[in-house]
Design a protein around this ligand. Sequence first.
Ligand code: ZN
Length: 213
Amino acid sequence: MSWYNKARQKDWRVRLSVWWTCIFTLFLVLMCGCYKPEMRIPEREAFIPPPKPFKPQIPKIAAELERLDTRYWKYIVIHHSASNADNAASMDKYHREVRGWENGLGYHFVIGNGSNSGDGQIEIGCRWLHQINGAHAGNDEYNQYGIGICLVGNFEDDNPTEVQLRSLIELVHYLQQRCNIPFENIIMHRHVKHTACPGKNFPYYELLAHLAQ
Ligand SMILES: [Zn+2]
Protein backbone atom coordinates (compact mmCIF):
# COMPACT_ATOMS: atom_id res chain seq x y z
CA MET A 1 0.00 0.00 0.00
CA SER A 2 1.34 3.34 -0.94
CA TRP A 3 1.86 6.01 1.69
CA TYR A 4 -0.96 7.94 0.05
CA ASN A 5 -3.48 5.09 0.51
CA LYS A 6 -2.34 4.53 4.11
CA ALA A 7 -2.83 8.20 4.92
CA ARG A 8 -6.33 8.16 3.37
CA GLN A 9 -7.30 5.06 5.36
CA LYS A 10 -6.10 6.65 8.61
CA ASP A 11 -7.96 9.81 7.78
CA TRP A 12 -11.15 7.80 7.20
CA ARG A 13 -10.82 6.06 10.62
CA VAL A 14 -10.34 9.38 12.37
CA ARG A 15 -13.46 10.78 10.69
CA LEU A 16 -15.45 7.68 11.61
CA SER A 17 -14.46 7.95 15.28
CA VAL A 18 -15.36 11.69 15.28
CA TRP A 19 -18.78 10.79 13.82
CA TRP A 20 -19.38 8.15 16.46
CA THR A 21 -18.38 10.58 19.22
CA CYS A 22 -20.83 13.18 17.84
CA ILE A 23 -23.67 10.65 17.57
CA PHE A 24 -23.05 9.38 21.10
CA THR A 25 -22.92 12.92 22.51
CA LEU A 26 -26.17 13.80 20.70
CA PHE A 27 -27.76 10.66 22.12
CA LEU A 28 -26.71 11.65 25.64
CA VAL A 29 -28.07 15.19 25.23
CA LEU A 30 -31.41 13.86 23.96
CA MET A 31 -31.64 11.37 26.81
CA CYS A 32 -30.97 14.09 29.38
CA GLY A 33 -33.58 16.32 27.78
CA CYS A 34 -36.17 13.58 27.99
CA TYR A 35 -35.43 12.75 31.64
CA LYS A 36 -38.06 13.67 34.15
CA PRO A 37 -37.70 12.82 37.82
CA GLU A 38 -40.16 10.18 38.96
CA MET A 39 -43.26 11.68 40.57
CA ARG A 40 -43.92 10.09 43.93
CA ILE A 41 -47.64 10.20 44.64
CA PRO A 42 -48.36 9.13 48.23
CA GLU A 43 -50.60 6.13 48.52
CA ARG A 44 -54.06 6.89 49.80
CA GLU A 45 -53.60 4.79 52.94
CA ALA A 46 -50.32 6.51 53.78
CA PHE A 47 -51.86 9.98 53.78
CA ILE A 48 -52.28 11.22 57.34
CA PRO A 49 -54.62 14.20 57.66
CA PRO A 50 -53.43 17.03 59.90
CA PRO A 51 -54.95 17.02 63.40
CA LYS A 52 -58.24 18.87 63.71
CA PRO A 53 -57.91 22.24 65.40
CA PHE A 54 -58.96 22.12 69.03
CA LYS A 55 -62.33 23.68 69.75
CA PRO A 56 -62.43 25.20 73.22
CA GLN A 57 -65.13 23.57 75.34
CA ILE A 58 -65.83 26.22 77.97
CA PRO A 59 -67.59 28.61 75.54
CA LYS A 60 -70.07 25.81 74.78
CA ILE A 61 -71.10 25.54 78.45
CA ALA A 62 -70.27 29.08 79.55
CA ALA A 63 -73.90 30.23 79.73
CA GLU A 64 -74.80 27.32 81.99
CA LEU A 65 -71.74 27.88 84.18
CA GLU A 66 -72.12 31.62 84.43
CA ARG A 67 -75.72 31.67 85.57
CA LEU A 68 -74.79 29.76 88.74
CA ASP A 69 -73.80 31.35 92.00
CA THR A 70 -70.94 29.25 93.28
CA ARG A 71 -70.37 28.51 96.93
CA TYR A 72 -67.02 28.11 98.70
CA TRP A 73 -64.72 25.57 97.07
CA LYS A 74 -61.14 24.95 98.10
CA TYR A 75 -59.77 22.07 96.00
CA ILE A 76 -59.95 20.52 92.55
CA VAL A 77 -59.66 16.72 92.70
CA ILE A 78 -58.92 14.81 89.49
CA HIS A 79 -60.11 11.25 88.84
CA HIS A 80 -60.35 8.71 86.07
CA SER A 81 -63.43 6.53 85.53
CA ALA A 82 -61.28 3.36 85.44
CA SER A 83 -63.47 2.23 82.52
CA ASN A 84 -63.00 2.46 78.77
CA ALA A 85 -66.38 3.89 77.84
CA ASP A 86 -68.64 6.04 80.01
CA ASN A 87 -70.30 9.41 80.29
CA ALA A 88 -72.07 11.47 82.94
CA ALA A 89 -75.40 9.64 82.46
CA SER A 90 -73.96 6.12 82.73
CA MET A 91 -71.96 6.99 85.84
CA ASP A 92 -74.96 8.80 87.34
CA LYS A 93 -77.04 5.63 86.85
CA TYR A 94 -74.32 3.49 88.45
CA HIS A 95 -73.97 5.81 91.44
CA ARG A 96 -77.72 5.90 92.00
CA GLU A 97 -78.54 2.26 91.41
CA VAL A 98 -75.43 0.44 92.59
CA ARG A 99 -73.98 2.82 95.17
CA GLY A 100 -77.41 4.04 96.31
CA TRP A 101 -76.51 7.74 96.25
CA GLU A 102 -79.71 9.76 95.95
CA ASN A 103 -77.85 12.74 94.46
CA GLY A 104 -76.46 10.53 91.74
CA LEU A 105 -73.18 11.22 89.94
CA GLY A 106 -70.52 11.73 92.57
CA TYR A 107 -68.38 14.04 90.41
CA HIS A 108 -69.09 17.62 89.52
CA PHE A 109 -67.74 17.34 85.97
CA VAL A 110 -67.04 14.55 83.49
CA ILE A 111 -64.70 14.85 80.48
CA GLY A 112 -65.40 12.34 77.70
CA ASN A 113 -62.89 10.34 75.68
CA GLY A 114 -64.95 9.98 72.51
CA SER A 115 -66.58 6.67 73.50
CA ASN A 116 -70.00 7.48 74.99
CA SER A 117 -69.62 11.24 74.75
CA GLY A 118 -67.46 13.55 72.63
CA ASP A 119 -63.68 13.46 72.89
CA GLY A 120 -62.92 16.27 75.33
CA GLN A 121 -66.61 17.06 75.87
CA ILE A 122 -67.21 18.59 79.31
CA GLU A 123 -70.43 17.43 80.98
CA ILE A 124 -71.71 19.31 84.00
CA GLY A 125 -72.98 17.10 86.82
CA CYS A 126 -76.08 17.78 88.93
CA ARG A 127 -73.94 18.30 92.02
CA TRP A 128 -72.29 21.29 90.35
CA LEU A 129 -75.61 22.66 89.11
CA HIS A 130 -76.95 22.46 92.68
CA GLN A 131 -73.60 23.36 94.31
CA ILE A 132 -73.68 20.38 96.64
CA ASN A 133 -70.94 18.21 98.10
CA GLY A 134 -69.30 15.67 95.87
CA ALA A 135 -69.07 11.93 96.53
CA HIS A 136 -65.75 11.22 94.89
CA ALA A 137 -62.88 11.61 97.32
CA GLY A 138 -63.57 9.06 100.03
CA ASN A 139 -62.65 11.81 102.46
CA ASP A 140 -65.05 14.31 104.12
CA GLU A 141 -62.86 17.40 103.72
CA TYR A 142 -62.33 16.80 100.00
CA ASN A 143 -65.91 15.77 99.32
CA GLN A 144 -67.18 18.92 100.99
CA TYR A 145 -64.74 21.41 99.52
CA GLY A 146 -63.34 19.58 96.51
CA ILE A 147 -64.66 19.95 92.97
CA GLY A 148 -64.51 16.44 91.49
CA ILE A 149 -63.53 16.16 87.83
CA CYS A 150 -63.59 12.69 86.25
CA LEU A 151 -61.90 11.89 82.93
CA VAL A 152 -63.40 8.88 81.17
CA GLY A 153 -60.75 6.18 80.65
CA ASN A 154 -58.52 3.82 82.56
CA PHE A 155 -55.15 5.53 82.86
CA GLU A 156 -53.55 2.56 84.54
CA ASP A 157 -53.59 0.98 81.05
CA ASP A 158 -54.23 3.81 78.61
CA ASN A 159 -53.49 7.51 78.35
CA PRO A 160 -55.99 10.35 78.36
CA THR A 161 -56.57 11.71 74.87
CA GLU A 162 -54.85 14.94 73.91
CA VAL A 163 -58.24 16.64 73.55
CA GLN A 164 -59.33 15.44 77.00
CA LEU A 165 -56.23 16.99 78.53
CA ARG A 166 -56.78 20.26 76.72
CA SER A 167 -60.36 20.37 78.00
CA LEU A 168 -59.14 19.56 81.51
CA ILE A 169 -56.62 22.42 81.39
CA GLU A 170 -59.40 24.72 80.19
CA LEU A 171 -61.84 23.60 82.90
CA VAL A 172 -59.33 23.68 85.76
CA HIS A 173 -58.17 27.12 84.69
CA TYR A 174 -61.78 28.36 84.57
CA LEU A 175 -62.62 26.90 88.01
CA GLN A 176 -59.44 28.29 89.53
CA GLN A 177 -60.39 31.78 88.40
CA ARG A 178 -64.05 31.43 89.23
CA CYS A 179 -63.62 29.91 92.69
CA ASN A 180 -60.26 31.37 93.61
CA ILE A 181 -58.60 27.99 94.05
CA PRO A 182 -54.85 28.09 94.67
CA PHE A 183 -52.49 26.21 92.38
CA GLU A 184 -51.30 23.85 95.16
CA ASN A 185 -54.87 22.68 95.75
CA ILE A 186 -55.16 21.07 92.32
CA ILE A 187 -54.68 17.46 93.28
CA MET A 188 -55.11 13.87 92.14
CA HIS A 189 -57.46 11.55 94.00
CA ARG A 190 -54.50 9.44 95.17
CA HIS A 191 -53.14 12.43 97.09
CA VAL A 192 -56.01 12.10 99.57
CA LYS A 193 -56.95 8.42 99.48
CA HIS A 194 -55.17 5.10 99.13
CA THR A 195 -56.03 4.50 95.46
CA ALA A 196 -54.31 4.44 92.06
CA CYS A 197 -56.82 7.02 90.72
CA PRO A 198 -56.36 8.73 88.23
CA GLY A 199 -53.94 6.01 87.10
CA LYS A 200 -50.17 5.89 86.73
CA ASN A 201 -50.31 7.35 83.19
CA PHE A 202 -52.12 10.52 84.18
CA PRO A 203 -49.71 13.38 83.32
CA TYR A 204 -50.19 15.41 86.49
CA TYR A 205 -47.00 17.46 86.23
CA GLU A 206 -47.70 18.22 82.57
CA LEU A 207 -51.08 19.57 83.65
CA LEU A 208 -49.49 21.75 86.34
CA ALA A 209 -46.88 23.01 83.88
CA HIS A 210 -49.63 24.09 81.46
CA LEU A 211 -51.60 25.79 84.21
CA ALA A 212 -48.52 27.65 85.40
CA GLN A 213 -47.99 29.25 81.95
ZN1 ZN B 1 -60.84 8.77 91.90
